[in-house]
Design a protein around this ligand. Structure first.
Ligand code: GDP
Length: 199
């Protein structure tokens, strides 16, 4: 279904982002959660989104145009243990400014490593988005790394740690870039939302 995926630009702040007005689907998560791999899986390209970018590098908002209809937005990952306070603060300022003030955001996907116990940094971030009434979906990544029987347990554990800011639990997907799990469902969902937006 994705015929065309092209890198458009990297922006250091909201004001520099493309102004074509197309809906934006944002991908966000802790560093190493598998965000680049997921984006590459969705668009069937190996290197559209660079994997394993190092901490401390310039933090940029990356726009990719999909089928001339919508943007995928790749935000820098959060949660590097070793990053400086200054880096963390500039990440926070940049991403929050973009998320709160871009009027093009159709949906924000927060990526969660399905292997881990609920991480405070993820929960806090998701609750922050909920409090600000932003549309959030979750994508649990690296599902190939745990047993099938563990998956539901992990998801229950995670979703029950979300706060009262959510009137219902955000919609979620299960993915593995390695095994190409979740690709069809995520793309279908994005295109469905997008069709409804342009109607
Ligand atoms: P990012 O920092 O969030 O962009 O994460 P990357 O996409 O660079 O992935 C971080 C590491 O996790 C890399 O070593 C990937 O090969 C690995 N990884 C990413 N997705 C998967 C997955 O679905 N399954 C497995 N087993 N490993 C993955």
């Amino acid at each position: 279904m994705i015929r065309e995926a092209t890198f458009v630009k990297s922006s250091s702040k909201l004001e520099e982002c493309p102004k074509t007005g197309l809906p934006e689907y944002v991908f966000l998560g802790r560093s190493n959660v598998g965000k680049s791999s997921l984006i590459n899986m969705l668009v069937e390209r190996n290197k559209l989104s660079k994997t394993s970018s190092k901490p401390g590098k310039t933090q940029l908002i990356n726009h990719f145009i999909i089928n001339q209809k919508l943007f995928f937005v790749d935000l820098p990952g959060y949660g590097w243990a070793k990053t400086s306070k200054k880096n963390r603060e500039s990440w926070d300022k940049m991403t929050k400014n973009y998320l709160l003030n871009s009027d093009k955001i159709a949906l924000i996907f927060i990526l969660i490593d399905i292997r881990l116990k609920p991480q405070e940094i993820d929960i806090d971030y998701i609750n922050y988005l909920g409090k600000n009434k932003l549309p959030v979906n979750l994508i649990f990544t690296k599902a190939d790394k745990i047993k099938k029987s563990e998956i539901d347990k992990r998801i229950d554990e995670f979703t029950s740690s979300l706060s009262q800011y959510w009137s219902s639990i955000p919609n979620y997907f299960i993915s593995s870039s390695l095994k190409k799990i979740g690709k069809k469902e995520i793309i279908k969902y994005i295109f469905e939302i997008n069709e409804n937006l342009v109607k």
